[in-house]
Design a protein around this ligand. Sequence first.
Ligand SMILES: Cc1ncc(COP(=O)(O)OP(=O)(O)O)c(N)n1
Ligand code: TZP
Ligand code: MG
Length: 211
Amino acid sequence: MSLNPFPYQLYLVISEADCVGRNFLQVAEQAMLGGVDVIQLREKNSSTDSFLAKAQQLIELTDKYSVPLIINDNIQVAEKVDAAGIHVGNSDASPVYLRQRPLLHHKIIGYSIEYLSQLDNEQTAVSDYLGISPVFRTDTKTDTITEWGLEGIKTIRQLTEKPLVAIGHIHLGNAKEVMNAGADCLAVVSAICGAPDPQKAAYQLKNEILK
Ligand SMILES: Cc1ncc(COP(=O)(O)OP(=O)(O)O)c(N)n1
Ligand SMILES: Cc1ncsc1CCOP(=O)(O)O
Ligand SMILES: [Mg+2]
């Protein structure tokens, strides 16, 4: 059972650290101007107070562009800023638990898939989209289990109708083949946060998806 549609195709996962010395709010704004449809704030090394402060700044900007803001992992931050949703993986609070929380039960819940067996569990059933995590090995996140590859996306596509968000070393050069393998949406960190021109990078990725 999914509560929310997930009609997005280009998903920016951002942190201050991944913006290589640039202001993350400026990078986020440029990315939205370039065509990013949804943004996740993923601050792995921030205290909750600092994460919250960043989320409060970012949601002012995402609201201005009517782009949904998803919070990575942190329930308190997601609830306090009234984010559009939360993304969790196997080491985080479970989607079933999140669905029971009054402030989150109607929000977008994203869930990382690291094992095929997860597709049969109740966590997947209550989630709104699945993160195929990672599609390709990436230096941005190294504590990963399965490198799904294009064949993994094809397999998962046959086993579920949930929206599939592909993440992990996705860039202009492989975007189309990842979509063709069955992804509904591409999520990127470095391809936009690390690009010399984040607006242009987002624009080119979006065009590649829509081609
Ligand atoms: C869209 C998307 N997919 C997968 C992930 C990874 O989440 P998780 O497995 O919880 O790992 P961390 O991001 O918390 O390190 C994601 N964040 N976003
Ligand atoms: C957060 C996350 N989850 C799986 S891979 C990944 C990082 C993706 O980063 P990049 O787009 O730079 O490869
Ligand atoms: Mg997590």
